[in-house]
Design a protein around this ligand. Structure first.
Ligand SMILES: Cc1cc2nc3c(=O)[nH]c(=O)nc-3n(C[C@H](O)[C@H](O)[C@H](O)COP(=O)(O)OP(=O)(O)OC[C@H]3O[C@@H](n4cnc5c(N)ncnc54)[C@H](O)[C@@H]3O)c2cc1C
Length: 455
């Protein structure tokens, strides 16, 4: 039996905060709590990924936007993380015939930088190879299993569940009365492919999010610092299951992504397509995010969202920032801070979960459509002439800290205004046509006279 409260390396007089999960959100949270002077114990089920030669699992690229940057800024990590990324200014759409057209509008290594930053605080311990099995809502005691199978029981004053979409911390919440929970798997899975540099340069224009929208499925590509692109293919599982041989992969790509074959390389494509099975994507919503003054959920543990708004990590980082703001307002009194965090954050995280699901449909089906492009055009035009009144939803979500649920509310209002404007113009047009027709019928011009006389 081990008790971190008595056995820590710090001389901090403050309470012990156990951050369970040393992923992106857990690592950032560790920095926040450490900065406040708490004794922070991070428990991560994996071995230290900074030392591991092979890291199992996915290595998805992540788009860091304004919210995430603001959250990093508070702990002095914005510049460090941003310097390891590539700016993306807009989307580049790849059509079936290979033409490319722009639509104006990080990476897992970030977690290493964040863990390193957390470790610079003397009041922080990183405990790798500690997998949480269960915890007691009565005593707050957590049971971990070590790599060699030994069990450890650990106590803390506050447990922060940052252990991802399949959170073990959340299991205790599910046993509570009046805890709302839903999870939805989408029919799509994803797999990743690497597009290598060509002659030492990026194979495509680097400052874009490249998108190949193909109705029921799509591929996207994001640039990396080493001049590769990570391509992510999103497709229904039943379609993945139809492609079982290297030759079938090439036939499939020839049909839907012909321009990508020479860029990825036919041999690499045949090989890498089968490297890992397609991964599932889940959307999780729950409420409340806290249990008494003992435990709170953040990041994917609280709200896994499908990745089609590029906001999962950003929302998780903003969770840390919002929690920190509430800690300031309520003098670090957990019994007041935790319920307030639930009150403030649940509507926003639910809103981004819904928006991500909405974009799941929009990105696949509509990026190609004339109506979608027209709507974007009208939105952008109205934004230019009325910059304070009409702000495109994507701008509010990606480039501001407008609360997600307020952005959605405002978007619905703007949609109504846009429809009204289009409707008024259309009605005016119809009235003018009807008026002209009436005048022409009522007072037909004397065409012969008109042709004869120049005046
Ligand atoms: C294909 C794809 C693309 C994405 N693109 C973007 C994007 O562009 N922008 C964006 O903002 N977001 C994106 N996301 C979402 C983003 O990856 C997640 O929101 C983010 O990783 C969540 O971080 P987290 O720390 O909450 O959870 P995770 O990253 O899942 O970390 C959880 C950690 O907890 C550990 N853990 C799990 N169980 C236990 C346990 N029992 N005990 C101890 N430790 C445990 C895990 O090992 C892990 O290290 C994308 C997601 C996917 C799938």
């Amino acid at each position: 039996m081990h008790n971190s409260t008595n056995d820590n390396k710090s001389t901090s007089k403050k309470k012990v905060v156990a951050v369970v999960g040393g992923g992106l959100v857990g690592a950032l949270n560790a920095c926040y709590f450490a900065k406040r002077g708490f004794q922070v114990e991070v428990f991560e089920s994996r071995e230290d990924i900074r030392q591991a030669k092979i890291v199992k699992g996915r290595s998805i690229n992540l788009a860091l936007s304004h919210r995430g940057r603001q959250a990093l800024k508070q702990v002095g990590m914005e510049d460090t993380i941003v310097s390891k990324g590539i700016p993306m200014h807009s989307r580049m759409i790849h059509s079936l015939n290979g033409t490319q057209s722009p639509i104006p509008y990080g990476k897992k290594g970030q977690v290493i930088l964040l863990l390193q930053s957390a470790e610079t605080y003397p009041n922080t311990n990183l405990n790798f190879a500690h997998k949480l099995l269960d915890w007691s809502t009565e005593t707050g005691a957590m049971t971990f299993v070590r790599a060699e199978g030994a069990k450890e029981e650990i106590q803390a004053d506050l447990i922060v569940g940052c252990d991802g979409a399949f959170s073990a911390i959340r299991k205790q919440f599910l046993r509570q009365s009046r805890f709302n929970y839903s999870q939805t798997y989408i029919p799509h899975g994803y797999l990743e492919l690497t597009m290598p540099p060509i002659n030492g340069e990026f194979a495509m224009k680097p400052n874009y999010l490249h998108i190949w929208p193909r109705n029921t499925f799509m591929m996207i590509a994001l640039p990396n610092l080493d001049k590769t692109f990570t391509c992510t293919l999103f497709m229904p599982f039943e379609e993945f299951e139809k492609v079982t041989t290297g030759d079938q992969v090439i036939t499939f790509f020839q049909k839907y992504f012909p321009d990508a074959i020479p860029l990825i390389g036919a041999e690499a494509l045949k090989r890498d397509y089968f490297r890992l099975p397609a991964q599932a994507m889940v959307s999780v919503k729950c409420s409340p995010y806290h249990l008494g003054d003992k435990c709170v959920l953040m990041g994917d543990a609280a709200h896994a969202v499908v990745p089609f708004y590029g906001q999962g990590m950003n929302a998780g980082f903003e969770d840390c920032l919002v929690f920190n703001e509430i800690m300031d307002q309520l003098n670090e009194d957990f019994s007041a801070v935790l319920p307030e965090y639930t009150r403030v954050r649940v509507p926003d995280d639910h809103a981004i979960a819904d928006l991500a699901m909405y974009n799941y449909v929009e990105m696949r089906a509509h990026v190609n459509s004339k109506l979608f492009l027209f709507r974007k055009y009208v939105d952008n035009f109205l934004h230019i002439i009325m910059p304070r009144t009409i702000i495109p939803l994507y701008t509010m979500v990606t480039f501001t800290r407008t609360r997600y649920h307020k952005a959605v509310k405002r978007w619905h209002w703007q949609e109504k205004v846009r429809k009204d404007i289009v409707h008024v113009h259309f009605t005016l047009f119809k009235v003018s046509v009807a008026g002209c027709s009436y005048l022409l019928v009522r007072y037909p011009p004397n065409m012969l006279q008109a042709l004869k006389s120049p005046f």
